[in-house]
Design a protein around this ligand. Sequence first.
Ligand SMILES: C[S@@+](CC[C@H](N)C(=O)[O-])C[C@H]1O[C@@H](n2cnc3c(N)ncnc32)[C@H](O)[C@@H]1O
Length: 370
Amino acid sequence: MTYKLVATMASGFEAITAKELNSLGYNTQTENGRVLFNGDQKDIAKTNLWLRSADRIKIIISKFEVRSFEDLFDKIYDISWDDYLPLNAHFPVNARSIKSKLFSTRDIQSITKKAIVNKISDVYRRNGNLPESGSSFPIEVRISKDIAEVTIDTTGDSLFKRGYRIDHGGAPLKENFAASLIMLTNWNSNMPFCDPTTGSGTIAIEAAMIGKNIAPGLKRHFIFEGFDWFDSSLLENEKNEAKNAIKDVDLNIFASDIDQNMIDIAKLNANKAGVLHDITFKQIALKDLKIEERNGVLISNPPYGKRMKESDEVHTLYKQMGETFENLHDWSKYYLTSDLSFEKHYGTKATKRRKLYNGAIRTDYFQYWK
Ligand SMILES: C[S@@+](CC[C@H](N)C(=O)[O-])C[C@H]1O[C@@H](n2cnc3c(N)ncnc32)[C@H](O)[C@@H]1O
């Protein structure tokens, strides 16, 4: 059976996810914060396993125009829920509404839930008391400009959770955010890579995983594994293929931080991710770095400094960054910070700036191309 599928991601990364899907062989259609594609169960397993930039993959099970709650109830009831949900399914319903006549998400949620309960009860001949003691099938109703879309999530915990993070030290970037930052550059595994403010190592670890072609989902579970109709051998096969696809390449990835604690944490994470020996970690202040390699890519996510005193400190750091890295003429350099005065302290104007949301925080990706 072919499903309509949707990959969701942080806005700003749609093109990256679309490119990832295209290289996995899918035709895509891009919308704000989401990329649509078609696929069967094998594709659900494959995309959950392989997408580095996405948050989750959902099955679109119905799409219809709706302007009243009666209509919402009827159209939700009309869906063949028994194709997806077993009698004991646990099915939390989440609702969203954007520019639509039906705007109360509480009412959309409760009416949807009631319509599904009624349908399942009718099909399985129950009296409305459903046990909900089985596997989870997270359902979402998203109404945008009076068009409702009903989805079932196949991912569960967001795909940024790769399963390698041991300790949330400092202010780590989400893993899919870090991977997307790398995929926005022209880095490939033959080139040197440097993260001079590595913190818990996320960017360097994601670079190593990209370099070695390690599927980001290899070490985690997905909620579709609990779907009774899902053929579990498909994920098993995809994982085995992914293990065989790991490349045995020598990478030149350097990651440093001024804080030895962060380096220790980064090493633990890298070890868990299986890339400890692919990254050279070092405790060193950025201003003392001497980079000899040629034609590399540098990505830094320095501290932002929200308070006054901190902001003086980070401005000094940005100045040091300019002094230390600007003479690396054959390197491309990328800096992610929410401090929009970054260029002033760094000393040079970026080739390109890109606005990206790190969660709720507006950040800019200052890009200095070689
Ligand atoms: C925002 S955090 C980086 C988070 C990282 N991207 C992650 O995902 O974990 C910034 C890091 O810069 C480091 N740092 C601050 N000043 C530094 C300096 N002068 N030289 C090198 N690293 C520095 C901090 O110790 C901190 O770990």
